[in-house]
Design a protein around this ligand. Structure first.
Ligand SMILES: Cc1cc2nc3c(=O)[nH]c(=O)nc-3n(C[C@H](O)[C@H](O)[C@H](O)COP(=O)(O)OP(=O)(O)OC[C@H]3O[C@@H](n4cnc5c(N)ncnc54)[C@H](O)[C@@H]3O)c2cc1C
Length: 344
């Protein structure tokens, strides 16, 4: 059986995996990333919503021109809806097609000399022994990878995390679809008793709609998205609706044993009421790269971030309740809003 060797094995060539890979490869490390899907074709379901303050992190991580290269669209305002009420406000958000961001990180990774194998299924990981058993999905051939350090960067349903720790990470389903752009504001529609929302997020040329409820089901997402689409008077073919998982934020795990680490969604790093994880994916990858190349402690570097994630997760119901209360108390009745909606 074929055996490959590397210093750093990254499972998952998504945003966090490629970000980590870029930084390690630029530091001269020997990196191999394994990706389940076709690396060029993969297109993670994601609304691509980011805070403007991501700019400095992106530029620090990828280089000075990164923000301009990616050119995210500014979102004009926010509309929070709940039970027929709507509250409007300013926005610090931008959005960009998620594939563009992932492709950007992937290209920088390969340009920096990082090795990539896609269409690979990881069957077993023995972190103590430094060995992973894999299968090439194109040829069906098994192979082994020997590594010094392994990093789980394979998203909310992380197989690396399950294979290394024996436990599944906690996550809930989300669904999304691309639609024509109707207006330039971001819209979140909340529900009684649920943490989460159905969304409309404008990007440059189009927009995404979707739904996610922490601890919720696909049926609830479908129902909430269906109701939002009716209000927006748009229809979406069922086959155009895609699904993926979002971590709960309840079970952050940064490290297992001496030589296994986790970043991004695989580490459970998410904002538990907003469902945002792009910032955490890049930040955790950047801090892990500094730790691995500079000898610092990843857990210590991540402490305040992990504490924030855990605090929001612990208080998610309370935070959502306060948001809903503000919408109901200060929002305008939906009847007048419905009339004000319209296509530009
Ligand atoms: C519908 C939806 C909308 C979202 N919208 C937003 C948003 O607007 N803003 C925001 O900040 N966050 C959003 N998020 C969350 C955000 O997408 C994640 O937090 C972020 O993508 C985490 O990046 P990651 O690299 O850790 O994981 P991912 O982006 O999930 O990347 C994981 C990679 O690992 C690969 N992989 C999976 N399994 C394996 C395996 N077994 N072996 C090898 N490779 C594997 C995947 O194919 C993928 O390439 C959204 C999530 C969803 C599901």
């Amino acid at each position: 059986m074929k055996t490959m060797t590397c210093d750093f094995l990254i499972v998952g060539a998504g945003l966090s995996g490629c970000t980590l890979g870029v930084l390690l490869a630029r530091a001269g490390a020997d990196v191999l990333a394994l990706e389940l899907l076709d690396a060029k074709e993969k297109d993670k379901p994601c609304a691509g919503g980011i805070d403007r303050n991501l700019r400095s992190l992106l530029e620090e991580t990828f280089g000075r021109g990164a923000w301009d290269d990616l050119h995210p669209a500014h979102i004009d305002g926010m509309r929070f809806r709940m039970d027929g009420h709507e509250l409007r406000g300013g926005s610090r958000f931008c959005a960009l097609p998620r594939k563009q961001l992932d492709d950007y990180a992937l290209n920088l990774y390969t340009e920096a000399g990082g090795r990539l194998m896609d269409r690979v299924s990881v069957k077993a990981i023995d972190a103590a022994k430094g060995e992973a058993a894999c299968e090439c999905l194109r040829t069906g051939e098994p192979f082994t990878v020997q590594f010094r350090t392994v990093v789980g960067a394979d998203g909310a349903a992380s197989c690396a995390r399950r294979l290394i720790t024996g436990k599944k990470a906690s996550a809930a389903p989300a669904i999304e679809a691309s639609v024509p752009k109707l207006f330039d504001e971001l819209l979140l529609e909340h529900r009684y008793g649920e943490v989460g929302y159905a969304w409309y997020i404008p990007q440059r040329e189009s927009a995404t709609v979707g739904a996610w409820f922490r601890g919720g089901s696909v049926a609830l997402c479908r129902e909430a998205l269906g109701s939002l689409l009716r209000e927006l008077s748009i229809s979406v073919e069922p086959k155009a609706i895609r699904g993926a998982f979002i971590p709960s934020g309840d079970d952050v795990l940064l490290r297992a044993g001496e030589n296994a680490y986790f970043v991004g969604d695989a580490a459970g790093l998410i904002h538990a009421t907003l469902g945002g994880g792009i910032h955490y994916a890049i930040e955790s990858a950047q801090l892990l790269a500094s730790a691995l190349t500079g000898g610092q402690d990843y857990g210590r570097a991540m402490r305040s971030i992990a504490e924030d994630v855990a605090m929001v997760a612990r208080n998610a119901e309370k935070i959502q309740f306060l948001t809903n209360f503000r919408i109901l108390k200060k929002g305008l009745p939906a009847s007048s809003l419905t009339r004000r909606w319209g296509r530009p």
